[in-house]
Design a protein around this ligand. Structure first.
Ligand code: V4E
Length: 222
């Protein structure tokens, strides 16, 4: 398990030039399809839990909060407030355990056994999960001299472009130093705005599922 710390930024025609100027190295261009799942009542996303399948791999992003308190919120700077932090879980049995825990909170109606195989998707219907988002992204990734910092430029197939500065922190690692690395990278990129930039999902839901989007806004998830 690791924590993904990231800051999104507006990406425009000059971004590639700026990346070149600051010595960023392109480490690849790839295309992937993301499919996101939730119950029809949005039980996961209303808890800020994001279950997705990308290239046949499952991933669950969860808040890093403990009892509603952010693990690294003490005296948070303005720059740090622009960063999101999510715990990333990629182990399928652990994903199923966490999802089942949410479902058990809602319906006290017993256990559903997890299926062990990555291909067997019967657990989705057992847990009442349906796909609510499906889109493809072309991603160009860059690294900086500073270790562990990755910059992604994403172009989603529904016509939205966004950049991300990202640092992966291994479990128990130093989130504060990740925030500082992101702040330095943002400085190099000349990011001045202090507005949070919308992620792909925000825009996708706004356009395709406005009632889901509105509910997440009402509950302050987005
Ligand atoms: C956490 C989250 C979602 C899941 C997708 O997260 P994101 O990092 O935006 O997607 P992507 O494709 O860049 O994943 P990666 O390749 O980095 O793993 S969808 C919505 N959220 C919540 C969220 C939020 N509340 N605020 C911001 C700025 N972003 C995401």
């Amino acid at each position: 398990m690791s924590v993904e710390v990231e800051r999104k930024f507006v990406c425009n025609a000059d971004t590639l030039k700026t990346l070149e100027e600051i010595g960023a190295v392109c480490v690849g261009r790839r295309e992937f399809r993301d499919q996101y799942f939730d119950t029809p009542e949005f039980d996961l996303t209303l808890r800020d839990m994001w279950l997705r399948k990308r290239k046949a791999c499952w991933e669950l992003k969860c808040p890093t909060t403990v009892n509603g308190t952010d693990e690294a919120s003490g005296g948070q700077s303005k720059a740090a407030a622009l960063c999101s932090r999510y715990r990333e879980i990629t182990n399928l049995p652990e994903i199923q355990r966490r999802v089942r825990e949410v479902m058990k909170d809602i319906r006290e109606d017993g256990e559903t056994e997890a299926s062990p195989s990555q291909e067997d998707e019967s657990w989705l219907s057992e847990m009442n999960l349906v796909r609510f988002a499906d889109f493809t992204t072309v991603r160009q990734s860059f690294t900086l001299e500073e270790k562990g910092v990755q910059i992604d430029l994403d172009q989603a197939d529904f016509g939205y472009q966004v950049g991300e500065i990202e640092v992966l922190v291994p479990d128990g690692g130093d989130v504060q130093s990740a925030l500082e690395k992101i702040e330095r990278a943002a400085g190099k990129l000349g990011l001045t705005g202090d507005q949070r930039v919308e992620g792909k999902m925000n825009v996708y839901l706004q356009r395709n599922h406005p009632e889901h989007h509105a509910q997440l806004l009402r509950e302050h998830v987005l």
